[in-house]
Design a protein around this ligand. Structure first.
Ligand code: TAP
Length: 504
């Protein structure tokens, strides 16, 4: 199949860039191999707030440092947004919402979303390097997952923008207005895409804040938004601490708020928003069970277990952090896992052979270490492969715990690190009972040869996503979200769009 690079399209010149703009071609979108672009992350020493289509200095005049967790060096200075900036962002969004975006036909809005997606693809290598530097995740993940998936979300939602009559057949859909959004540090660019693409496709404007640990790709996305010619004020990006996020959630001009982050902060926000009439969606924590039956293809399952918990150093809300393994194969699975972990490469995230990169921050590393101590203290048995960690940076070897009971903290609490708690079971019912014995309900995995067992498990597991004989598979068309303390609302697919519109 030819790739877009083979087609050599004639592209118009984008004045802002002084170089060819991305063409708006449909097809091959997911597979598009970006032009061999320089891997220079093109960093600026200082990044301002993005309000009303412009980069502006923060009212406070204050900045904070963004640190590379792989080597503890400063990447850049980031503006510290405060109340006057939040208000300015909402005013800019209001002007855009009432003046242009809310009235624009869907097919016109779609063009901007396509343009953002294509510009992101054009700068994919640069974004992958920048994201890896800011977050510490391996370059092979940012290159092959984060950046292409972010582009895919803009493409997917661009496709919906002129077909909104099909979002809720028989009803007319209308934008909600301005949405206030706050995202975490584990998938910084991808979460920007998850939040912005559906909001914009439905005709809403946005005020959004990335996490303090990882603001870089959000501001680089602001450059793309500017280059795409999006009307000023449609997207406003504010960097700053949690309190800035609180101001975004509390602002009276927000018609809806969307939050991804910890259950703890989610609850604070829910309390603050209760009674205001704002729409709300919450994507919160998780403690997924990855369940391996004795009839599963064990080598394949071991790869799925490794991917489930060590992808992004386990800093994944849907990580398979509890391995439930059928007793007859438990010893074999643990032995295979140990062998597999011995060959995982831990180290410099910019090395394309690295499997496990750096933990996002010193604080997070300390949190994860605290869980290792708790696991050992409560009587579980810890195992780590021998590995030499870099002298500087925040690193943690992949870690297994056996002899884990359901009451152990490492089996109950979200660790958000490369730590797997292994628990055994004897019967299907016991597996279901143990998997559901958690306050969370975001995801689960089932490994078995039997289709009937997959159906039973996926019906009875209380989780928003159940993967069968695979793990951590995502698609913009597939809704994602949780039950119980994992939150409510869905992102992706038609269901995700329903959370960004009103039915009239
Ligand atoms: P949080 O500490 O909850 O932070 C998330 C975001 O909220 C950050 O931008 C943070 O800003 C901001 N924030 C902090 N306090 C706030 C407040 N009072 N009001 C408004 N915003 C506030 O989570 P995290 O440590 O960044 O991320 C890890 C957590 O996110 C995990 O529990 C994980 O499961 C969850 N997560 C869930 C999902 C889904 S889809 N369910 C996806 C990714 C992550 P600062 O960075 O400045 O503190």
């Amino acid at each position: 199949m030819p790739t877009l690079t083979d087609k050599k399209p004639v592209r118009p010149t984008n004045r802002a860039l002084g170089r060819p703009a991305p063409e708006l071609i449909f097809g091959d979108l997911w597979e598009y191999d970006p032009a061999p672009e320089t891997a220079d992350p093109k960093l600026k020493p200082r990044y301002e707030l993005f309000i009303g289509g412009k980069f502006v200095a923060p009212a406070s005049g204050k900045y904070f440092d963004s640190i590379n967790p792989a080597n503890e060096t400063k990447i850049a200075e980031m503006a510290l947004g405060s109340a006057p900036d939040v208000d300015a962002a909402y005013r800019a969004a209001q002007k855009a919402q009432e003046g242009v975006w809310g009235k624009m036909p869907g097919k016109e809005r779609a063009k901007y979303l396509y343009r953002i997606a294509r510009l992101l693809q054009d700068r994919a290598r640069e974004f992958a390097v920048a994201e890896t530097m800011d977050n510490g995740k391996p370059i092979k993940e940012t290159r092959d997952f984060d950046v292409p998936m972010a582009a895919a979300h803009f493409f997917y939602h661009a496709g919906w923008a002129d077909k909104l009559d099909y979002v809720a057949p028989g009803r007319r859909v209308a934008p909600l207005g301005i949405v206030g959004q706050v995202i975490p540090w584990n998938f910084p660019l991808l979460m920007m895409a998850w939040k912005l693409a559906p909001a914009l496709a439905m005709g809403n404007c946005a005020v959004i804040k990335p996490a303090t640990n990882t603001p870089l790709s959000a501001l680089k996305l602001a450059e793309i938004i500017q280059d795409a010619g999006l009307p000023p004020g449609v997207v406003n990006i504010l960097t700053g601490p949690g309190s800035t996020g609180g101001l975004i959630m509390a602002h009276p001009l927000a018609a809806k708020i969307a939050f991804t982050g910890s259950t703890e902060v989610g609850k604070v926000i829910m309390r603050s928003v209760a009674g205001t009439g704002k729409r709300m969606t919450m994507e919160l924590g998780g403690k997924a069970a990855n369940i391996v039956f004795d009839d599963a293809p064990l080598d394949q399952a071991v790869e799925g277990i490794v991917n489930g918990i060590f992808f992004n150093q386990g800093q994944v809300c849907c990580a398979g952090s509890r391995l439930l393994v059928h007793e007859p194969v438990a010893d074999a699975v643990v032995a295979k896992l140990r062998n597999r972990l011995r060959v995982l490469r831990v180290g410099d995230p910019l090395d394309k052979n690295t499997d496990v990169g750096a933990i996002v921050s010193r604080d997070q590393l300390e949190t994860v270490r605290g869980y290792l101590d708790a696991g050992v203290k409560e009587g579980a048995k810890m195992w780590q492969p021998p590995c030499r960690l870099p002298a500087k940076g925040f690193y943690m070897p992949p870690t297994l715990f056996t002899g884990v009971t359901q009451s152990h903290r490492i089996a109950r609490e979200e660790i958000f690190g490369p730590v797997l708690a292994i628990i055994t079971f004897r019967t299907v019912d016991e597996a279901i009972e143990k998997a559901n014995n958690t306050e969370y309900g975001l995801s689960a995995g089932v490994w078995t040869d039997k289709g009937s067992r997959i159906l039973k498990m996926s019906t009875e597991l209380k989780a928003g996503v159940v993967w069968a004989n695979t793990f951590n598979k995502f698609d913009p068309a597939s809704p994602f979200g949780g039950y119980k303390e994992s939150g409510f609302g869905r992102e992706g697919g038609r269901q995700g769009l329903l959370d960004y519109c009103k039915l009239v």
